[in-house]
Design a protein around this ligand. Structure first.
Ligand code: CAA
Length: 404
């Protein structure tokens, strides 16, 4: 990638080293056991990888307010080896971005250094049983109690839940207000009333826990309201997702890249009709399409990350486009990779079926791809004000009929 700078390449190489030395050898076993791989967490922390998106003044490695490009480069390398580890890592960015976009100086100083060192693992508690795509339909409540707030209710699909010791929890604090209905709270694992409920048994990303989290009157002081002011939770959630979605996109694209590499190696070694299957044009066409789509996803992700890191006003649209395109690509490419492995690809003895299973969730979490398309289209329609002059070139015959 010619336009990556030395620092980008440094983190990319470090992540690749951990991915090949630690992550890949453990991937199949961790997938079977469905347990959090603490050995992997230790290796990631030792390599300093949790620092990449955190600003330098809070113990991180980023010169700017965040570094999403470096985050994406790391997630891509980890996901080439194991999609579960890709999200195990990226979810710490998702869970700490609320502090970065909306935290007070004290909150940043208190929590971010621990995230950068890998001691504080994070989770993002937005979704509920009846609030998935409709993220404003939350039922978890935050109620003032004189000395702070009490949080009541249950969250669903908390990725990293149980392993994490820092949770950003979104709750309804003002039933009357539309714009300022929701607030974000910082909850720590040891807070009284906080517990882990059902632990999900999943199709993919099996090394990272996805759980229900319960809040039975969890008490937090006023200093644990994100940003020190209630009412900004939905805005902070949306801003966080803008920053985080290229990370899921990178998880997906890393999976696609890893599956492409395995499928290419397999096809060159597999003999049928007296020749390697990679010499057949139908197989070559599949490989070529896999490679093109994966590369297109990579370029879109890096562009989205660059847009975020340079403060572009097009962040929301680019972020959604990268997530949607890369995750649809991952599903196609990993499915094609299984096809190229033939009957062996369907078997768990071979590493490829895991890529397809790991890829599926990327089209669903951090906003389904239907939601991403909605976000892209809404932004496009809003931007159309800037090319309204094109109206002059459209005859609008139907308008004449309407006008009678
Ligand atoms: N940045 C800042 N503010 C934003 C914003 C953004 N990107 N997007 C919306 N807002 C603001 C709007 O300006 C609006 O503010 P005003 O009321 O002041 O005008 C307000 O938020 C409401 O916006 P909308 O009317 O657009 O909201 P909506 O109810 O129509 O919903 C949605 C929009 C895009 C569908 C949103 O609900 C959404 O993103 N849903 C998907 C939720 C999601 O991604 N969940 C993933 C959970 S995390 C996860 O999956 C983690 C994991 O496991 C790894």
């Amino acid at each position: 990638m010619p336009w990556l700078n030395d620092e980008n390449r440094f983190w990319q190489a470090k992540a690749r080293e951990v991915a090949e030395n630690v992550v890949r050898p453990l991937a199949a076993e961790q997938d079977r056991k469905q347990e959090y791989p603490w050995r992997v967490r230790d290796a990631l922390a030792e390599a300093g990888l949790f620092k990449v998106w955190i600003p330098k003044q809070y113990g991180g490695a980023s010169e700017g307010p965040q570094n999403v490009l470096n985050l994406c480069l790391v997630v891509e390398q980890l996901s080439r080896a194991c999609g579960g580890v890709g999200v195990l890592f990226a979810v710490n960015a998702l869970g700490s971005f609320p502090l970065i976009v909306g935290g007070t100086e004290e909150q940043k100083k208190k929590y971010l250094p621990g995230v950068a060192s890998g001691e504080r693992l994070c989770a993002f508690c937005l979704s509920e049983k009846t609030a998935g795509s409709d993220a404003q339909a939350l039922k978890v409540r935050g109620i003032p109690d004189g000395t702070g707030w009490r949080i009541h209710g249950e969250k669903k699909w908390t990725t990293n839940g149980g392993a994490a010791n820092l949770y950003t929890v979104f709750a309804v604090t003002d039933l009357e207000s539309k714009a300022k209905r929701i607030s974000a709270f910082i909850v720590e694992k040891g807070d009284e009333g906080f517990s882990i409920g059902k632990v999900e048994d999943k199709m993919g990303i099996r090394c990272v826990p996805v759980v229900e989290t319960r809040f039975d009157g969890v008490h937090v002081g006023a200093d644990r309201v994100l940003g020190g002011k209630p009412g900004y939770g939905f805005k902070h959630a949306m801003e966080t997702l803008d920053l985080a979605r290229p990370g899921v996109a990178s998880q997906a694209m890393g999976l696609a890249q890893g599956a492409l590499e395995l499928a290419t190696i397999y096809a060159t070694g597999r003999q049928q009709f007296g020749a390697p299957v990679s010499s057949f044009q139908m197989v070559q066409q599949i490989l070529a399409d896999m490679a093109q789509k994966t590369e297109a996803a990579r370029q879109l992700i890096y562009a989205a990350a660059h847009a975020i890191d340079t403060g572009s006003p097009l962040v929301t649209k680019f972020s959604a486009m990268s997530k949607c395109f890369a995750t649809d690509t991952a599903m196609q490419v990993t499915t094609d990779a299984v096809q190229l492995f033939g009957g062996y690809g369907f078997m768990k003895d071979y590493p490829i079926e895991k890529y397809m299973r790991d890829a599926k969730i990327t089209q669903i979490y951090e906003g389904t791809n239907q939601v991403q398309r909605l976000v892209i289209a809404r932004n496009l329609i809003r931007e159309s004000a800037s090319f309204k002059f094109l109206e002059a070139y459209i005859p609008r015959e139907e308008q004449a009929i309407h006008d009678g």
